[in-house]
Each structure stands twice: as structure tokens, then as C-alpha cells.
Design a protein around this ligand. Structure first.
Ligand SMILES: NC(=O)c1ccc[n+]([C@@H]2O[C@H](COP(=O)([O-])OP(=O)(O)OC[C@H]3O[C@@H](n4cnc5c(N)ncnc54)[C@H](OP(=O)(O)O)[C@@H]3O)[C@@H](O)[C@H]2O)c1
Length: 251
């Protein structure tokens, strides 16, 4: 009975943004728990490398498809291609941090297109793919509640995603589809190295980690464990699960 409660056996788990970081770790863990995994993102080489790793743990062949979450029409085609989905996770997005005086309207709009509108329309368009008992997991971030200099737009998007999942949970509840968000704190993924140049100018990430209650940054698997819990637990919806090592408790 306990092992059944911890199994994703033969469930279809789709991770948009599954070739790296938090999404990749989640795809790995889901495959290890018996899921039939499909990953998607923009870069085909990174997808192929991720498939090789996930298939080492998977009893099913892993599928990988190129998708840009910002392209609603491509995402709709992708959803047609994958068909029924038990659990849809959407960590795939790109937000370029900018210090306020440098911020351009173009960069601000691009960030919302990627991390808000992309997952928003994907969650709307995927309803027909989801059976009763399915779940959708979106990704926000601790900046919604604990501002970090240079992440004004990122924080605004994170807050919008947190509000979105509560409303979608209400709308989708009668269909027995659950909608939640994971709000990561500082998690050591390739994302941090891409913004390292930026972060080091305003607030070094190791300094941020050293100030936090646990005096450390998190690993992708910490968010992956939360995602697995959200897939397995049929009584959780409309929640924002914070995986941030106590960052919000910092004085
Ligand atoms: N790491 C942190 O400290 C942290 C903190 C707060 C919030 N978050 C949030 O957690 C989520 C996952 O972040 P991560 O750290 O795991 O990032 P990551 O390691 O950079 O991985 C991002 C994944 O998303 C894909 N992706 C990026 N833009 C995409 C797009 N437009 N369409 C489709 N796929 C796209 C990437 O592949 P391609 O580039 O090939 O498309 C990659 O597979 C993000 O929403 C991020 O904002 C992370």
C-alpha cells in the first residue's frame, strides 16, 4: 500500500523545461518512480543529452520534443502530439534580470511572455489533455515575497503565477485537475551560472546563501521532491510550495 502511494507507475509526466536544472531533476525522479516521461524545451542537443540520462532510470522510452513555451501555437501542436497527460510541469522559461535604471519595456514584456503568458496559455490549452486526477505544476520564485535587487519583473511574474494557481485550482477543481506552484529559492542550476555575471554585480549568490537560515543554497532535487509530492498527493491544489531553505524567514 505504501509503495503504491509512492509510485507514478505508467503515469504520463510531461516536463516543459525538462532538459536542465529543476525540470531535469524532476523528470529523472519521475522516471525512477515508474512514470512515462516526456520532456520539452528549445535546444535539441540539450534535450538529447537529458534523454540519455533519464532513460538510464526509466522503464519506458523517453520522448523529447522541441517547444518554446512563448509560442502558443507550437505549444498547442505539442499538446496534440503528446495526447493524454497525467502530470504537466512547466519550469521552462527565460527571464533576464535587469537593474531598474537599465530596464527596457522590451525585456520586461519578454519576461512576462516567457514565464507568465507561456505557462498561463499552456495550462489553459492543456485542460483537454488532462484526465480526472491530473495535475499541473507551475513555477514562481521566492522573489515574489523576498525581493532581490534587479528582479523587479521576476518578482512581479512570481507573484502573478502564485495568484494564477489559486484561481486555476478553483476553475479546474470540478474536473478533478489540480493546479499548484513551486516557488524555488536559490537553487544551484545552470540558470544561476547564466545570471552569475548579473548577480555578482549586485548581490553575490554565495552571500545570499550564507545569509539564509540553513546557510546554503538548494539543489534541483529539493524542488523535484516537492514536485513529486504534488503529483502524488491528490488532496493538494491551489498551493504554492516554497522550497527556499527558510529564505523568507531571514530578518
Ligand atoms: N534556480 C533558481 O535559483 C530559481 C529560483 C527561483 C525560480 N526559479 C524558477 O524555476 C524554474 C526552473 O529554473 P532552473 O533553475 O531549473 O532553470 P534552468 O536550469 O536554466 O533550466 C531551464 C529549462 O527550461 C528550458 N527553457 C528555457 N526557456 C524556455 C522556453 N522559452 N521554452 C521552453 N523551454 C525553455 C531550458 O532549456 P532550453 O534553454 O533549451 O529551452 C531548460 O530545460 C524557472 O521558472 C525559474 O524561473 C529558479
Amino acid at each position: 500500500m505504501f509503495t503504491d502511494a509512492l509510485s507514478l507507475s505508467d503515469q504520463k509526466v510531461v516536463v516543459i523545461g525538462g532538459s536542465s536544472g529543476i525540470g531535469f531533476s524532476t523528470a529523472l525522479l519521475a522516471a525512477g518512480l515508474g512514470a512515462n516521461v516526456c520532456i520539452a524545451s528549445r535546444n535539441s542537443e540539450r534535450l538529447a543529452a537529458a534523454v540519455t540520462e533519464i532513460e538510464k532510470l526509466s522503464k519506458h522510452p523517453v520522448t523529447a520534443l522541441q517547444v518554446n513555451i512563448e509560442d502558443r501555437s507550437r505549444v498547442k501542436d505539442f499538446l496534440d502530439e503528446v495526447g493524454a497527460v497525467d502530470h504537466l510541469l512547466i519550469p521552462g522559461s527565460t527571464v533576464i534580470p535587469q537593474l531598474l535604471p537599465d530596464m527596457t519595456e522590451e525585456v520586461a514584456r519578454a519576461a512576462f511572455d516567457s514565464k507568465f503568458w507561456g505557462p498561463f496559455w499552456c495550462a489553459i490549452d492543456a485542460q483537454g489533455n488532462m484526465p480526472r486526477g491530473g495535475s499541473i505544476t507551475l513555477y514562481s520564485g521566492v522573489a515574489a515575497e523576498r525581493p532581490v535587487k534587479g528582479f523587479v519583473i521576476g518578482a512581479a511574474i512570481d507573484g502573478a503565477v502564485n495568484a494564477l494557481v489559486r484561481s486555476l485550482a478553483l476553475e479546474y477543481g470540478p474536473h478533478k485537475i489540480r493546479v499548484n506552484a513551486i516557488s524555488p529559492g536559490l537553487i544551484l542550476t545552470p540558470l544561476l551560472t547564466t545570471i552569475d555575471h548579473f548577480v555578482s554585480r549586485v548581490d553575490p549568490s554565495d552571500e545570499l546563501a550564507a545569509q539564509s537560515p540553513l546557510r546554503r543554497a538548494g539543489e534541483p532535487v529539493h524542488c523535484a521532491l516537492a514536485a513529486i509530492g504534488l503529483m502524488l498527493n491528490e488532496f493538494v491544489t491551489g498551493e504554492v510550495i516554497n522550497v527556499e531553505g527558510g529564505a523568507r524567514a531571514m530578518p
